[in-house]
Ligand binder design. Structure first.
Ligand SMILES: NC(=O)c1ccc[n+]([C@@H]2O[C@H](COP(=O)([O-])OP(=O)(O)OC[C@H]3O[C@@H](n4cnc5c(N)ncnc54)[C@H](OP(=O)(O)O)[C@@H]3O)[C@@H](O)[C@H]2O)c1
Length: 258
């Protein structure tokens, strides 16, 4: 398996800590042979030396500042000479928004969440395009969640954002398909990341994971490898003529009626 991504290089957007999906995905892609750059927000500056030590090349960007996105992607493109893949994991949860009724969402909160969670995929794709087009098999992957398809407690705003993101993947796939760029998503149930604990609470995260495992067809809780291996497949040349798709990684939970 170690040769799956040999000779490939790309950028994983959205490292916030070692528990973030972006960090875990970057390590997985690296273990499978890829050279990987990662993005972090300027406020996570302190993580940069550790990432460099792990040969994950860090670049800073803020999705709300298109200039910083363009500069970061351009520096990665110039560093590698091309981009074989772009993995997008960005999401923004406005403070307190999920604790209020959905009818009380403010215009600025919705706009902010859409800007970071949806438009950033399109903006990043736009700036990555010249570098992706230099790859023999360019791939874009983003992350969805069951909250886009089903109503989940304490999740409304992000469910709305993820549903829009799912649609954005299909339109991106339609536009970039003729240029040979495949755009897909991994839609997964729940990992116990820092962010999940912060956003929905540690207790509810643990309870939800227990419930998901009990109802999954596999009866097994999701782990990082389940998700990051799916990402690895979608950024690899093994994934061919497959685009606009959302790969469901949830142990079959969403296919189980009882
Ligand atoms: N954890 C789960 O169970 C689960 C389940 C299904 C789907 N997902 C999805 O998987 C992805 C990663 O999840 P995670 O748990 O690893 O969460 P996370 O660490 O919060 O990842 C989101 C990333 O987006 C970054 N971000 C937010 N605002 C930004 C901005 N303005 N500019 C640039 N970056 C910005 C965050 O940076 P800062 O933290 O530094 O602000 C963070 O690095 C998310 O899209 C999430 O919705 C997660």
């Amino acid at each position: 398996m170690s040769a799956l991504l040999a000779g490939r290089c790309g950028l994983v957007l959205g490292v916030s800590s070692k528990e973030s999906v972006a960090f875990q995905a970057a390590r997985q892609l690296q273990a499978l042979g890829a050279e990987v750059a990662v993005s972090l927000r300027p406020r996570r500056h302190a993580l940069a030396p550790e990432l460099t030590e792990l040969s994950l090349w860090p670049v800073e960007l803020d999705a709300r500042d298109e200039g910083s996105v363009a500069a970061a992607i351009d520096s990665v493109g110039r560093h590698f000479g091309r981009l074989d893949f772009l993995v997008h994991t960005l999401v923004h949860v406005p403070e307190g928004a999920l604790q209020r009724p959905v009818t009380e969402l403010g215009a600025a909160e919705l706009a902010d969440a859409m800007e970071v969670g949806v438009r950033s995929l399109l903006v990043c794709a736009k700036h990555a395009l010249p570098w992706l087009e230099r790859s023999p098999s360019p791939r874009i992957v983003t992350l969805l969640s069951g909250g886009a398809d089903f109503a989940m407690p304490s999740y409304h705003l992000i469910g709305i954002v993820k549903a829009a993101l799912a649609s954005a993947v299909r339109y991106l796939a339609a536009e970039l398909g003729p240029r040979g760029i495949l755009c897909n998503a991994v839609n997964f149930s729940m990992l116990e990341t820092d962010a999940a604990r912060r956003v929905i609470g540690a207790e509810r995260t643990a309870q939800t994971r227990q419930h998901l495992a009990k109802r999954a067809l596999t009866r097994a809780p999701l782990d990082y490898d389940d998700v990051t291996r799916a990402i690895a497949f979608l950024v690899s040349p093994l994934c061919s003529n497959l685009t606009g798709e959302a790969l469901q990684v949830d142990g079959g939970f969403s296919k189980s009626y009882f």
